[in-house]
Design a protein around this ligand. Structure first.
Ligand code: HEC
Ligand code: HEC
Length: 440
């Protein structure tokens, strides 16, 4: 099929799916997959306005939320007196907490993320962090070592999805993910490393079911919506630097200033930092485009992307395909002791079904079952980034130097979204960019 035939085919498809789909620039010689991907991405609204459609805001009480989260009134120490989810559930029967709270993995002194690695260097093996691990990993033999040494937690994306029949391969697909620092998440769209949760209350409910007891049964009645909102409001209140809060309030005098000057709260002073800021604006802000926060501000809007709604723009930048830690993605069968590949049926936007054997972290495709979503992850915010190494969803970059090296590597430049925004920097430019990232 000629390039033009491809393009016509794509435009026809676009007309059928959504008359309002905006035209996007095709790459020089795009493949059919690329064209569908771009059609698919045409549902993204590149907005200059700021709105946060899924924000909890005043619906929740952050003070109660902090208590339910497991953080004492002093804001730093652990207090589980109101943070254990247990009791009689009409769905799951008697639920007994394993003693873990949100604090267990999201610690205030670590910007609400995990302590340094290996975890056993500061956390004893008899801490609930480890004694409750079975609730996450089940009988996965690599669960403890990957968590302790790499900070990566075994996760089954659809573990509590009530719509999937027993035996469905989507119930088996799993990831190894870092525990995200929960700073400035009010400025990100979609929760978790792949953005698969549309709003924070969903993420909180999932976290309660996942980490606090061993079965795959839900107990929605022990996690009332008001508690989920309160915990979400607490997390939304974790804003750093504090003046970024003005982005949430169009009436705040600082609001427009923060929008108009994306670096207003960043103090680049040395020549290297200033050069680094320019490089960042040129190469990184096509994706990290939320002013002063540097998450992604694009909205996914309406048809043909009716599910999932209002995601930020999740991207495939090649991190999971690199699989730097050589992580295992075949399911462990505890009866036979063998590893079995997980094979999923994914739907392309043209309706074709593809059998996909999982060999790496498939990203948000595990939740959407869409082929075009393979390996797509949320664009994280970057404030205070110097404090939260290692980087990426699989903790595959130990330093900011390694992050910048990654973005100039073939892994990035050949990835589905990276190849549209290729990055090439010389040694001096890389050093300048790192100098800038260190002041964020
Ligand atoms: C055992 C460790 C552990 C515990 C306990 C834990 N989390 Fe997490 N948290 C994680 C991991 C790992 C991820 C990333 C998961 C992923 O990407 O699939 C995460 C991600 C999140 C996110 C997404 C943040 C973002 O930027 O998108 C939220 C919100 C969150 N956790 C809230 C909570 C809450 C609320 C609790 C308590 C009910 C909790 N977590 C308990 C490990 C933990
Ligand atoms: C094509 C979109 C895109 C571009 C361009 C881009 N990023 Fe990212 N960035 C992402 C995505 C997506 C992730 C999350 C990847 C993952 O975890 O697998 C990410 C992750 C990061 C992280 C890790 C954050 C964390 O908390 O672990 C840093 C740091 C970062 N980017 C910096 C940069 C810099 C510096 C540039 C420019 C040289 C840049 N990015 C360009 C999409 C992009």
């Amino acid at each position: 099929m000629s390039k033009h035939a491809n393009r016509n085919h794509w435009l026809l498809g676009a007309a059928v799916f959504a008359a309002s789909a905006i035209a996007v620039q095709a790459d020089a010689t795009p493949s059919n997959d690329d064209l569908f991907r771009q059609f698919f991405d045409a549902g993204v609204r590149y907005t200059q306005a700021l709105d946060f459609p899924n924000r909890i805001g005043d619906l929740g009480d952050p003070v109660n939320g902090q208590a339910r989260f497991g953080i004492a009134a002093d804001g730093v120490s652990s207090d589980d007196s109101q943070a254990l989810f247990e009791g009689e559930s009409s769905i799951a029967g008697t639920v007994v907490s394993n003693g873990r709270t949100c604090f267990t993995c999201h610690r205030p002194e670590n910007r609400l993320g995990l302590p340094p690695l290996p975890l056993t260097s500061t956390i004893p093996l008899d801490d609930v962090l480890f004694t409750g691990l079975e609730s996450d990993i089940g009988d996965e033999p690599l669960g403890l070592v990957n968590f302790n040494e790499l900070g990566l937690l075994f996760h089954r994306a659809n573990r509590f999805n009530p719509l999937l029949p027993p035996g469905d391969p989507f119930l088996k697909v799993f990831f190894w993910r870092k525990s995200q620092p929960l700073i400035n998440i009010v400025f990100t769209f979609g929760a978790l490393n792949d953005g698969r949760m549309r709003e924070l209350t969903e993420a909180v409910r999932g976290a309660i079911f996942t980490h606090t007891q061993n079965t795959d049964l839900r107990f929605d009645d022990l996690a009332p919506i008001q508690d989920l909102r309160d915990m979400s409001a607490f997390m939304e209140s974790q804003i750093d630097p504090p003046e970024l809060a003005a982005l949430l309030d169009p009436d705040d005098p600082l609001h427009d200033t923060l929008l108009d000057d994306p670096f207003y709260t960043v103090n680049a002073t040395t020549p290297a930092e200033k050069r680094g800021q320019k490089l960042f604006a040129k190469h990184c802000m096509s994706c990290h485009n939320m002013p002063n926060v540097f998450s992604n501000r694009d909205h996914v809007d309406g048809n043909p992307l009716s599910f999932p709604p209002h995601y930020g723009h999740v991207m495939d930048i090649g991190v999971s395909q690199r699989n730097k830690h050589d992580l295992e993605f075949r399911d462990f069968d505890s009866v036979t002791g063998q590893r079995v590949p997980v094979v999923l049926k994914l739907v392309k936007v043209d309706g074709t079904i593809v059998e996909h054997t999982v060999v790496d972290d498939i990203g948000v495709a595990a939740a959407t079952a869409r082929y075009e979503d393979l390996h797509r992850f949320k664009v994280p915010q970057l404030r205070g980034i110097r404090h939260v190494a290692p980087y990426f969803h699989d903790n595959s970059a130990d330093t900011l130097e390694e992050v910048v090296d990654y973005f100039t590597s073939p892994w990035y430049n050949h990835s589905a979204d990276g190849k549209k925004k290729q990055i090439h920097l010389n040694t001096k430019q890389k050093a300048d960019l790192v100098a800038f990232l260190k002041i964020l």
